[in-house]
Ligand binder design. Structure first.
Ligand code: NI
Length: 171
């Protein structure tokens, strides 16, 4: 089990569009194990492979209180969503310490494959629905800050660029 390095906004690699997984094998399962370890370590409820610089359509989620309900989504697709929106405060492991209100569909149906290559479909609402939409965006190179006003986004970008520079001087 390896804790992977999480890319931080505004790293351009977060803009990579992930490729379909064509073969679900032991390498895929190793990635998934490492992604869960990384997500739990960082106290996140979801992680997309894009965030750990692996550009394959893989997402892991666990929105349970006790970190006991790990969900794996390989090649996930939202097949249905309702028209109703909810506004929620979101954060992201790639934009640490930043929280902002984002509109999301209150319910989505997602189809995907699990770690054994078995297809499944899941109806998600509440926190899980938000998380699914947030993580699937990552696979398209989209971040939640993209939904904010240009001014707000610029402020966040400047802050993170400054921090990246400061970190770069630490040896
Ligand atoms: Ni995120």
């Amino acid at each position: 089990m390896t804790i992977l390095n999480v890319l931080r906004y505004p790293d351009e690699r977060l803009r990579t569009v992930a490729a379909e997984v064509t073969d679900i094998n032991d390498d895929t399962r190793k990635i998934i194990t490492d992604m869960f370890a990384t997500m739990y370590e960082e106290n996140g409820v979801g992680l997309a492979a894009t965030q750990v610089n692996i550009h394959q359509r893989i997402v892991v989620i666990d929105v349970s209180e006790d970190k006991e309900n790990p969900l794996v989504f390989i090649n996930p697709v939202i097949t249905a969503q309702n028209d109703e929106l909810m506004i929620n405060e979101e954060g992201c492991l790639s934009v640490p310490g930043c929280y902002a209100k984002v509109d999301r569909h209150t319910q989505v149906t997602v189809s995907a494959f699990d770690q054994d290559g078995k297809p499944f479909s899941l109806d998600a609402d509440e926190l899980l629905a938000i998380c699914v939409q947030h993580e699937l965006d990552h696979l398209k190179g989209v971040l939640f800050v993209d939904y904010l006003s240009p001014l707000k986004r610029q402020r966040i970008k400047t802050k993170f660029e400054k921090e990246a520079k400061a970190n770069a001087r630490v040896y």
